[in-house]
Design a protein around this ligand. Structure first.
Ligand SMILES: [Zn+2]
Length: 110
């Protein structure tokens, strides 16, 4: 079950409409900026107790202060970059765990 046994993807891959790339596996990702493609945003999925943290202005100016005031983590405390990185991370986890161990692909089978 350890994420350390998972290999990160080798290159940029699409998640939603933004491109994400692992930076420091498994929690730190670079996510494409729509306003400046040469400068991707840094996302750390483990920050703020699992909410995630992003280097974009939306997160720094609007969402981070709310989290510091005690707002609970949810999709409304995450910018689109955090959501994109979480989407990719989740896709990889699901793929990894559905193709490994005892899963056969059949339903209702134990
Ligand atoms: Zn962001």
């Amino acid at each position: 079950m350890s994420t350390a046994t998972l290999k990160p993807p080798a290159a940029f891959a699409p998640a939603r409409t933004l491109y994400v790339k692992p930076h420091d596996w498994p929690f730190r990702w670079l996510v494409e900026s729509e306003t400046n493609r040469a400068q991707p945003h840094m996302v750390d999925l483990s920050s703020y107790n699992g909410n995630g943290e992003c280097s974009c202005l939306n997160f720094a100016c609007r969402l981070a202060p709310e989290l510091r005031q005690g707002r609970h983590a949810s999709n409304s405390t995450r910018c689109k970059h955090i959501k994109a990185a979480r989407g990719m991370f989740c896709d990889m986890m699901i793929r990894h765990h559905s193709t490994s161990s005892h899963h056969t692909g059949a339903t209702n089978q134990k």
